[in-house]
Design a protein around this ligand. Structure first.
Ligand code: SF4
Ligand code: SF4
Ligand code: SF4
Length: 226
């Protein structure tokens, strides 16, 4: 259950008071983004909360596409945009109590696919080592679940609500991760790419080799099971 999300941008009686995210005047996208839960789950059909906020600001998306935000977020978005609030679009999903990911560490094969999928860097681990979720940083987005080749990630009740403070922290982690990934991409696109290509450890792994390593790790994991 998402709670208090609207309290931060619209404290008290719900009057229209935009959130100041910096010294600059916030844009409409900033204001809408501040109302979204920041789980970065993509259930709205966009790459994250901010792309959805931008689509709404540009009139390309309706206000009822965020399952984690539920009815309260829909109402807040509708207020800002002067549109009617509508029920959550069932095609996007359903509003559920807040859950977090839990890795069955005994079965983890250390493939790192969940780390690559996590939009907020909430998973710790290394290649061929056991992985674990940092519960306090997990947004419950479920993006790590499908990529896991051994189905050892489950979503479990968080036992608490997702708050505006959680949303702010998740936005910061999401932005930091994106900045880091962009920096890596830029490096690969420039002259440094040649240097990287000459370093096998840093170069992208051969996909067949990766498949082989996953198959070997799976076999080891099966052998460990009772
Ligand atoms: S929480 Fe998920 S569904 Fe809601 S805006 Fe963010 S990415 Fe979209
Ligand atoms: S650990 Fe999984 S559920 Fe939690 S934030 Fe990362 S990808 Fe989402
Ligand atoms: S995707 Fe699954 S098996 Fe691979 S590292 Fe993550 S938890 Fe372990």
């Amino acid at each position: 259950m998402i709670r208090d999300l609207n309290a931060s941008p619209f404290p008290g009686d719900g009057s229209r008071r935009p959130l100041c995210v910096s010294a600059a005047v916030p844009t409409l996208t900033d204001t809408l983004d501040a109302l979204l839960p920041q789980t970065q789950c993509t259930q709205c059909g966009y790459d994250g909360c901010r792309p959805y906020a931008q689509a709404m600001a540009e009139g390309r998306a309706d206000v009822n596409r965020c399952p984690p935000g539920g009815a309260r977020t829909i109402e807040a978005l509708a207020r800002v945009l002067g549109r009617p609030a509508r029920p959550l679009d069932p095609a996007c999903g359903t509003h559920q109590p807040f859950r977090v990911a839990l890795i069955d560490e005994a079965h983890c094969i250390g493939c790192t696919l969940c780390i690559q999928a996590c939009p907020v860097d909430a998973i710790l681990g290394a290649n061929q080592c056991m992985h674990t979720v940092i519960e306090a940083d997990c947004t419950g987005c479920e993006r790590c679940v499908a990529p896991c080749p051994v189905d050892c990630i489950a979503m479990v009740p968080a036992g608490r609500d997702w708050t505006a403070e959680d949303a702010g922290a998740a936005r910061a982690r999401y932005q930091a991760r994106n900045a880091r990934l962009r920096a890596r991409h830029d490096e690969a696109a420039g002259p440094a790419a040649r240097t990287l290509a000459n370093k096998p450890v840093l170069a992208a792994p051969d996909p067949h080799d990766k498949q082989d390593r996953i198959a070997q790790a799976l076999a080891r994991a099966r052998a460990r099971r009772p």
